[in-house]
Design a protein around this ligand. Structure first.
Ligand code: NAP
Ligand code: HSE
Length: 439
C-alpha cells in the first residue's frame, strides 16, 4: 500500500471540524477507496481550548496557519479559515511556495487572488483544488474544469448562496422576519463570518467570478460585477411576485453578449413553474448552458458543515488517488497565463423583463402619468395594476405594480427617474429583474 497522505487543516470551524471528523470516522473506507490512508497530522485554529469533537492524538497544533504551511509534516494544506487576505491568503501562498498541494473552500480568496495563485501552483506543479468554493456540495468546479471541456458556454446562472435562499424561502413559507431567518442561518453554520457578504450579494459575486472564468476562459473579475443583495426584498414583494406567477431568488448570472460578458447578482423573479423556482432553503442550483451539451442544471446542498466538507473531501481524495496527469488539469480550466482579459458588458445594456413596484399618492392622473413615462421610454408593458389590498382613499398611499416585456436596463432607469421627478412617489421604487430559465 502507498504511503499515507498527510493533511494539515487550517481552520476548525463549521467546515474544518466537520472535515476532520469525517476523515477520522471514515478512515478505513477512505483507505480502501484511495489505496492509501489519509491522515490528519496538523491543524490550526485560534482557540486551542475549544472542544471541536475531533481526536487530537498524534496531531500537531499550530496557532498560526502560515507557520503550519511552512513547517508542518504534511503533503496537503487545507485552508478553511476564510477571507481574501490575512492568514488565509498568506498560508495558501506559503504552502504553494513550499510545493504542497492545496485544497480550499475560500471563494473570496480565489476571486481576489485566483489568477496569481493558479500561476504559482502551476509553476510549482502543485494542485490547487477548490470544489467547495462554489455551491457547497455540488461538484460544479470539476464539471466545468474537467467534464465539459470543449463546450462553448452562452450563459451560466444559479442560486449560489444558501443563506439568502434559506432566508427568502422561510420568509415566503412561514412569514418569518428577515432578521430571524438570518439569525437561524448563522446558527446552522450557513452564513459567512461577515454575514453582509451573504445578504449583500458579495459571496454570490465571488462564486460567479470563479464560474465565469471556468466557463468563458477569462481572468477572474469580481469587482465589476453588478451587485444587489436581498436586504431590500420585503414580504410585500414576495407576495406580489407570487400573485404574478413568480418567485424571488438571489441569482448570479454570467452571459456572453456581443459587447462582452454580462455579470450580475441581484434578486430575480423566476416563473413559478421553472425548476429553479422550486429550489428551496439552503439548496443551491447552477445552470450551465452550452452548445454541445445543451442545458445542465445541478441542484444540491449549498452550505453547511457536512455538505461543504463533502466537497473538500472529494478534492483531498483526488490528490490521494493521484490520478495520472492530475497535475496537468489547469487550476482555472486552462493554463493561467492563457486566460483572456475580462471584457465586461455594460449593465445598462442588459435586456430583460422587469417588475416595478411603486407606492404613490392616490391622485387623479398618477396611473396615466406612469404609463406615459413608460411609453416615452419605449417600454412595452405586460401588465400594470393597482395592487393595494385596501380601498382607495384621498390620503391613503396606493401600490402600483408594473411588469414589462423585454426591455433595456437603461430605458427602465430613465423611466423610473422620470417618474420620481413627478412628485407623487412615496419612498423608493422597487425594481426587480425577471429571468427566464430554459427549464
Ligand atoms: P468558521 O466557522 O468561521 O471557521 C473559521 C475557522 O478559522 C475557525 O476555526 C477559526 O478559529 C479559524 N481562524 C480564523 N482566523 C484564524 C487565524 N487568523 N488563525 C488561525 N485560525 C483562524 O468558517 P467556516 O464556515 O468553516 O468557513 C471556512 C471557509 O469555508 C470560508 O472560506 C468559507 O467561505 C468557506 N465555506 C463555508 C461554507 C459553510 O457552509 N460554512 C460553505 C462553503 C465554503 P477558531 O475556531 O479558534 O475561532
Ligand atoms: N455563506 C455561504 C452560503 C456558504 O450561504 O452559501 C457557502 O458558500
Amino acid at each position: 500500500m502507498a504511503n499515507a497522505l498527510k493533511i494539515g487543516v487550517a481552520g476548525l470551524g463549521t467546515v474544518g471540524a466537520s472535515l476532520v471528523r469525517i476523515l477520522q470516522t471514515r478512515a478505513n473506507a477512505l483507505t480502501v477507496a484511495c489505496g492509501r490512508p489519509i491522515m490528519v497530522t496538523a491543524v490550526s485554529a485560534r482557540d486551542a481550548s475549544k472542544d471541536r469533537g475531533i481526536l487530537m492524538e498524534g496531531i500537531a497544533w499550530y496557532a498560526d496557519p502560515v507557520e503550519m504551511a511552512k513547517e508542518a509534516d504534511i503533503d496537503v494544506f487545507v485552508e478553511l479559515v476564510g477571507g481574501a487576505e490575512g492568514a488565509a491568503e498568506q498560508s495558501v501562498r506559503a504552502a504553494l511556495v513550499r510545493g504542497l498541494h492545496v485544497v480550499t473552500a475560500n471563494k473570496a480568496l480565489l476571486s481576489r487572488h485566483g489568477v496569481e495563485l493558479a500561476k504559482l501552483a502551476e509553476a510549482k506543479g502543485c494542485l490547487l483544488n477548490y470544489e467547495a468554493a462554489v455551491a457547497g456540495g455540488i461538484p460544479v468546479i470539476k464539471t466545468l474544469r474537467e467534464s465539459l471541456t470543449g463546450n462553448n458556454f452562452s450563459r451560466i446562472y444559479g442560486i449560489m448562496n444558501g443563506t439568502c435562499n434559506y432566508i427568502l424561502t422561510r420568509m415566503e413559507r412561514e412569514g418569518l422576519s428577515f432578521a430571524d431567518c438570518l439569525k437561524e442561518a448563522q446558527r446552522l453554520g450557513y452564513a459567512e463570518a461577515d454575514q453582509s457578504f451573504d445578504i449583500e450579494g458579495n459571496d454570490t459575486a465571488h462564486k460567479l467570478s470563479i464560474l465565469t472564468t471556468l466557463a468563458f476562459g477569462c481572468e477572474i473579475s469580481a469587482d465589476q460585477i453588478y451587485l444587489e443583495g436581498i436586504t431590500n426584498i420585503s414580504i410585500e414583494d414576495i407576495h406580489a411576485a407570487a400573485d404574478l406567477g413568480y418567485r424571488i431568488k438571489l441569482l448570479g448570472v454570467a452571459q456572453k453578449t456581443e459587447s462582452g460578458i454580462e455579470q450580475r447578482v441581484h434578486p430575480t423573479m423566476v416563473p413559478l413553474d421553472s425548476v429553479i423556482a422550486q429550489v428551496d432553503g439552503v439548496t443551491n442550483a447552477v445552470a450551465l448552458e452550452s452548445d454541445i451539451l445543451g442545458e445542465l442544471l445541478m441542484v444540491g446542498p449549498g452550505a453547511g458543515g457536512n455538505a461543504t466538507a463533502s466537497a473538500v473531501l472529494g478534492d483531498i481524495t483526488d490528490i490521494a488517488k493521484s490520478r495520472p496527469g492530475a497535475q496537468e488539469v489547469p487550476v482555472l480550466g486552462r493554463p493561467a497565463h492563457l486566460l483572456e482579459p475580462y471584457r465586461q458588458a455594460e449593465m445598462q445594456s442588459h435586456e430583460g423583463g422587469y417588475f416595478i413596484r411603486l407606492t404613490v399618492q392616490d391622485r387623479t392622473g398618477v396611473f396615466a402619468s406612469i404609463a406615459t413615462k413608460m411609453a416615452e421610454n419605449a417600454i412595452s408593458l405586460e401588465s400594470i395594476v393597482q395592487h393595494s389590498k385596501q380601498p382607495a382613499a384621498p390620503d391613503r398611499p396606493q401600490t402600483i405594480i408594473l411588469v414589462t416585456h423585454a426591455t433595456m436596463e437603461s430605458a427602465v432607469r430613465k423611466a423610473v427617474g422620470a417618474i420620481k421627478g413627478e412628485g407623487y412617489l412615496i419612498g423608493e421604487p422597487q425594481v426587480i429583474r425577471i429571468e427566464r430559465p430554459k427549464t
